[in-house]
Design a protein around this ligand. Structure first.
Ligand code: SUD
Ligand code: ADP
Length: 304
């Protein structure tokens, strides 16, 4: 992650070129989030708007002939069998009866527990990449179905488009939004999605709104009051963004604001207090993962 004062953007992340052999796993921002109900299984019904950004984890996959699925390297606090990339590969292997395996390497650039969906995006990139590399040939709908049990946020990354979302995040309608420059702050705390959704004070009965309401400025995040109260670091970060109307993404901890230009955003990043981390990224209606697929037109192996 970039600290304040460093260049906040790597231009190669946004345009689908310059990835080398790495597969991108972009972050998302929830531009608004309403909790509109609770299902019998405890999951909450949401209305949210997802936009992708051009800040990404990077993944590499080496196909194995012996069917084993292995993680290369460590991820702090996440045992290999719980890693969403490993779980995604296993889910695809089971669904497709593919005899192949894979070594998975992931370089994290996205904070964990930040509300940026990094783990979910890693899982989605694994599904999309292995569907190609294993030659399993599943459709986007089939991949999205495998994605949902891995996490409510995984399907949007499989589909790779900014979206208006309902249900637990699986009912997705693509939307075309402005693609502004965002300043994203990363408070020094990780927020547990589960803890926020089980908090007794969480608003769970927001009224339904329409896309037109959102476009007209209704951009509330119902998780904010609880998160702000439980994590003082989040409140402090939001104060730094007050001039631009800072917002919380998902259940946090990251907060973000729309800046007028890349230069404005980088200038504001450079002026942050030295103990506040952050980065600059551009909104994307189309995932860098889809751009990478198009750019490289990888040849299907047809080995399954
Ligand atoms: C809130 C959102 C908004 O985009 O993002 P994050 O802040 O986590 O990034 C997502 O819905 C999160 O999706 P994801 O991170 O995949 O969550 P999951 O692993 O499926 O769920 C973690 C836990 O949160 C609770 N949960 C999650 C989603 C939801 N709609 N209702 C819930 O009650 C459940 O207790 C679940 O056990
Ligand atoms: N490959 C992975 N990358 C990140 N987190 C992972 C991964 N696999 C499992 N996890 C778990 O998922 C949790 C949520 O991670 P992440 O998706 O990055 O945050 P958020 O849901 O807040 O956006 C992490 O705290 C971690 O325990």
């Amino acid at each position: 992650m970039n600290g304040p004062g460093e260049a906040g953007v790597e231009a190669i992340w946004g345009d689908g070129s310059g990835w080398g052999d790495a597969w991108p796993a972009p972050a998302k921002l929830n531009l608004m989030l309403r909790v509109v109900g609770r299902r019998d299984d405890g999951y909450h019904e949401l209305q949210t708007v997802f936009q992708l950004i051009d800040r990404c984890d990077r993944l590499w996959f080496d196909v194995r002939d012996d069917g084993r699925i292995l993680r290369v390297g460590d991820l702090a606090g996440v045992p290999e069998q719980h890693d969403l990339t490993v779980r995604a590969a296993r889910a695809l292997q089971q669904a497709s009866h593919c005899p192949l395996g894979v070594d998975i390497r992931c370089h994290k650039y996205l904070p964990m527990g930040g509300g940026l969906g990094g783990g979910s995006s890693d899982a989605a990139t694994t599904l999309v990449a292995l569907n190609q590399l294993w030659g399993t040939g599943l459709s986007e709908d089939e991949l999205a179905e495998i994605a949902l049990p891995l996490g409510a946020d995984v399907p949007v990354f499989v589909r790779g488009r900014a979206a208006w979302a309902e249900g637990v995040g699986e009912r997705l309608d693509p939307v075309e939004l402005p693609e502004p420059w965002y300043l994203v702050l990363v408070p020094a705390c990780a927020v547990s999605t589960k803890d926020v959704f089980s908090h007794p004070d969480l608003t769970r009965d927001s009224n339904l709104i329409t896309l037109a309401d959102f476009v007209g400025g209704d951009a509330v995040n119902d998780c904010l009051p609880v998160v702000r109260r439980e994590y003082s670091e989040v409140g402090a970060a939001l104060e730094l963004l007050a001039a631009w109307g800072g917002r919380l993404t998902g259940t946090g901890a990251c907060v973000f604001a729309v800046l007028g230009s890349q230069d404005d955003a980088l200038g504001s990043l450079a002026q942050l207090p030295s103990d506040m981390a952050g980065f600059v990224a551009q909104g994307r209606n189309r995932s860098p993962l889809l751009d990478r697929m198009d750019a490289e037109s990888l040849v299907k192996t047809g080995r399954c």
